[in-house]
Write a protein that binds this ligand. Structure first.
Ligand code: GLC
Ligand code: GLC
Length: 634
């Protein structure tokens, strides 16, 4: 039996021989740069590969092919991207700056196509955006593609949006405008129209092994005993029947087939797709549905230890061949699981679904105990990583708080979620929200909520507090650390859009209510203070500019600030010699934070948002839904 060191050494010789066979020289600049990275990261990649795939007879061959692919990809990488690689390596904390502002949109819905999107770059710059997430834009099934999350080819842009060359050109334009391009890496599944899927459907054994396919119901039944139903409206359980009678794993829609990562060929093929994406000039990839990528019988098949190993392995491949590419995790799961992916060697960046959900929770209950507990307990993360703090995404709002946390506050998770769902879908008397229920599961009572920020905060209902609530939520997302993320269109108060009901491919997916077309009319009103759009835009700009000017908001350092008032959330952000004390009133009336709470703060502080000055030693009164970013007066 060889020791690990001996195995590594043997594997390395094998891989080096494969590189030689492939005619990849070590004696030019590209070759030397590649080899330096290979030396640094191969040991880790080998260990991961051996753990994940050691039992496969093809393990070593796959690893050798992977490294050949990595070097080929590195050689293909454009010079400006290599320059970016070096720049990012010199400033690894670039994404922690308070200058960072994220935004996302659908290319077709916001701008028609990639050429149209280019026209909006000056606006993005004017707004201060430095990170732009374009929703899935690759080839996908025509009618229903889960908004592009069913990818048919990772190498082709959807024809109506443009071409791969357009995407590369856009990435370059954005980079020159100081904006990083973010796209999804939908790597848990492909569409049923992907070439691999079609071969699997035709019975090809090699490609059948790319997916989880069983001849009869025995294994599907066994797995389904412990996995949850993500889209119960689409199909029960986790499997769907194929035309030839076999059963295939589809966690999401029946046309999204889960890839089988226990097969090393799948890992290598997807690593190739990832590197191809990186070479288009993508800065960050959003790792879609990370929790689902490894399946183990008898478990929930979510967040298995191997899911982490796979992310580390993908990451090691990037460090070798596309070093500046960063991963952002999309794990909308229990908070313990969410943080488990946040690691410089897995995903240094992650959505913060808990803070998002609990901001909405506090708006509904007018109480801050749950969000306050989450800030104390669950907000701190590795200093080299960053949350993406958002008010809403393109998806539903799921109430992902931990039941055990809630129980400490005498809140029953199940009942509380039921209340929140009825509140946000306007089934609760007096609610200001106009949301739509999503994926109600009668077996479990689970449900989620869809809608735009303006519709959920009361702007749509004409509630007098609607705009203040929007600013309150964005004021938290923009000050709580990491990268704030704006849903483009929210800055002018876009409302729910029912048009999806007329579209056969969308009608059954209520998330489309919150994915309106670019609201041209509202954008045209954005400088008119008489309009909602104008008022929202002016106040969002205020938040954006205040954040850009506040170094204390960079990074992640956060601590609670006790307000001794159940309606007022308090936390302190600090960095670069500046401390900012954030106070947020979730009540419908004015609330006081008493003088006693400010014994340790400077006596006079300025609200960074409005510039107003406060003599805090006499206490601070916040108007209904007001948010203050208080800092030492200068
Ligand atoms: C992610 C996406 C969501 C999609 C799912 C399946 O959760 O955000 O829109 O339905 O993955 O790919
Ligand atoms: C579920 C999944 C999440 C996905 C969402 C889409 O909540 O856990 O990953 O984004 O469904 O609606």
């Amino acid at each position: 039996m060889l020791s690990t060191t001996q195995q590594r050494k043997a594997a390395k010789s094998y891989v080096l021989a494969a590189l030689e066979d492939a005619g990849l020289s070590r004696n030019d600049d590209d070759g030397r740069a590649f080899h330096a990275r290979f030396e640094a990261h191969f040991p880790q990649l080998f260990d991961l590969f051996a753990t994940l795939y050691g039992a496969h007879e093809s393990c070593l061959d796959q690893l050798a092919q992977l490294i050949v692919l990595a070097q080929t990809s590195w050689r293909d990488r454009a010079d400006d991207l290599k320059t970016l690689d070096a720049a990012r390596e010199a400033t690894p904390d670039w994404f922690q700056s308070n200058q960072m502002l994220g935004a996302f949109c659908y290319v077709d819905r916001y701008a028609g196509n990639l050429a149209g999107l280019k026209e909006h770059v000056p606006y993005f710059q004017e707004l201060g955006i430095t990170y732009l997430h374009l929703m899935p834009l690759f080839d996908c099934p025509k009618e229903n593609s889960d908004g592009g999350y069913a990818v048919s080819s990772y190498r082709e842009v959807r024809a109506d949006l443009g071409t791969m060359a357009d995407l590369r050109a856009l990435a370059k334009d954005l980079r020159e405008a100081g904006i990083s391009l973010v796209v999804d890496f939908v790597f848990n599944h492909t569409s049923n129209e992907h070439e691999w899927a079609q071969k699997a459907a035709a019975g090809d054994p090699e490609y059948s092994d790319y997916y989880w396919i069983f001849n009869d119901r025995r294994m599907p039944d066994a797995f389904e005993r412990t996995v949850r139903e993500v889209f119960p409206d689409d199909h029960p359980g986790a499997f769907i029947q194929m035309e030839d009678g076999r059963w295939i794993w589809s966690t999401f829609h029946s046309f999204q087939w889960d890839l089988n990562y226990s097969n090393p060929a799948v890992f290598c093929a997807m690593a190739g797709e990832m590197l191809a994406l990186a070479n288009q000039g993508v800065d960050l990839i959003r790792m879609d549905a990370v929790a689902f990528i490894w399946k183990r019988l008898g478990t929930t098949c979510e967040s298995q230890p191997e899911a982490h190993l796979l992310l580390r392995a993908f990451n090691a491949v990037c460090r070798i061949a596309a070093p500046s590419l960063l991963f952002k995790s999309e794990a909308i799961v229990h908070p313990d699981e969410v943080v488990s992916y946040i690691d410089p060697e897995e995903c240094p960046i992650s959505y913060n679904p808990l803070l998002m959900a609990l901001s909405w929770e506090a708006l509904a209950t007018r109480k801050v105990e749950l969000i306050d507990q989450a800030i104390t307990r669950r907000q701190p993360i590795n200093a080299d990583c960053a949350w993406v703090n958002y008010v809403r995404s393109h998806d539903d709002i799921g109430w992902t708080f931990a039941d055990e946390d809630a129980a400490e506050l005498d809140i029953l998770g199940f009942d509380h979620r039921r209340f929140l769902n009825s509140f946000y879908t306007n089934q609760f008397e007096g609610s200001f929200a106009r949301g739509v229920p999503f994926q109600y599961n009668p077996k479990t009572g689970d449900c989620r909520v869809c809608g735009t920020t303006a519709s959920l905060t009361g702007v749509e209902a004409g509630d007098a507090g609607g705009i203040d609530r929007m600013i309150l939520l964005y004021g938290i997302a923009f000050s709580a650390g990491g990268i704030p993320l704006l849903s483009l269109g929210d800055e002018v108060g876009q409302l729910n859009d029912d048009a999806y009901k007329q579209n056969p491919g969308q009608a059954k997916d209520q998330r489309w209510v919150g994915r309106p077309l670019r609201p041209d009319v509202l954008y045209a009103q954005r400088f008119d203070p008489e309009t909602n759009a104008g008022q929202i835009f002016a106040r969002m700009k205020q938040l954006i500019e205040a954040r850009r000017a506040a170094p204390g908001l960079a990074g992640n350092a956060i601590r609670p600030f006790p307000t001794d008032n159940p309606h007022v959330l308090g936390y302190v952000r600090s960095g670069d010699g500046q401390e900012v004390c954030i106070l947020a009133n979730f009540a419908d009336d004015a609330q006081e934070v008493a003088a006693d709470q400010f014994l340790e703060t400077p006596p006079r502080m300025t609200d960074l948002i409005t510039g107003e000055s406060y003599h805090v030693r006499t206490g601070v009164t916040l108007a209904a839904h007001q948010i203050l970013w208080l800092s030492l007066a200068v």
